[in-house]
Design a protein around this ligand. Structure first.
Ligand code: UDP
Length: 240
């Protein structure tokens, strides 16, 4: 069985690095995520990885507590760099070659994001960890994932969450909730009960026909299943 995709953009929320903590980075959780990533990387899949920072700092929450929104967002972007370094460490420890590129220049710790260089790294078999989102405030790393997926010519955005796809209602609260196998970008943006990713991230994909696959990364082996094309999540496209 061949992987369904040759080059993917994997978006991981910061909460994937929490493990059993309430805040910060669990080295064990990083290793668990890294193990899933290496498993698909070993199949020859080229991977760009965008990581959020919900485990450390979210601009919108901090701005509600009085920090100016743009400043808070920059702080959030810096937090994604910490997560990127943690994931780099975890991946390299298990033998995967990586590069961190950041949208906010930080020469002592990472390369700056340079599109053609990122593509070259992927072609050479390096996992490129894309830190600091888009480098701009007022959006989240979901928009960063869509943007990087497009400019790095990825075939799909794999959006890792803690539920296995998109449901008609919250499956944590409603046992009879039904999973959608597919859905349209329009439904994903307009239905207030559906939370695929932020609206700007979805609309960027919609305008450019970039498919999004929502799946549960907390189930070991699921990233590989998604890459192999198994029906474990929800595919968001124009047709639905
Ligand atoms: N952020 C930003 N611009 C970006 C990406 C991220 O301003 O392009 C900030 C924003 O404050 C966001 C925080 O970084 O809340 C952390 O990212 P995100 O909320 O996407 O993390 P996740 O929910 O994926 O863990």
């Amino acid at each position: 069985m061949e992987p369904k995709y040759k080059r993917v953009l994997l978006k991981i929320g910061g909460e994937a690095l929490l493990g059993d903590r309430q805040y910060g980075i669990s080295p064990q959780a990083c290793t668990d995520v890294a193990t899933q990533i290496k498993e698909v990387h070993d199949l020859g899949v080229q991977i760009g990885l965008v990581i959020g920072a919900g485990n450390i700092f979210r601009g919108i929450s901090a701005s509600k507590n009085g920090i100016e929104r743009a400043t808070a967002d920059y702080m959030g972007m810096l937090a994604t760099v910490m997560n990127a370094l943690a994931m780099q460490d975890a991946l390299e420890k298990i033998g995967a070659e990586t590069r961190v590129q950041t949208a906010i220049e930080m020469r002592a710790v990472a390369e700056s994001f340079i599109r053609r260089k990122a593509i070259r790294h992927m072609e050479k078999g390096r996992i490129v960890i894309l830190a600091a989102g888009t480098g701009n405030p007022y959006v989240t790393t979901d928009s960063g994932a869509s943007l990087r997926a497009l400019e790095l010519n990825c075939e799909i955005v794999l959006k890792a969450t803690k539920v296995d796809g998109v449901y008609d209602k919250d499956p944590m609260e409603h046992p009879d909730a039904k999973r959608f196998k597919t859905m349209t970008y329009v439904d994903a943006v307009t239905n207030p009960d559906i939370n695929v990713m932020d609206a700007s991230g979805i609309s960027l994909c919609m305008d450019n026909n970039m498919p999004i696959y929502v799946f549960n990364l907390f189930e070991p082996g699921n990233l590989k299943r998604a890459i192999m094309g198994e029906d474990i999540g929800t595919l968001v496209t124009a047709k639905g």
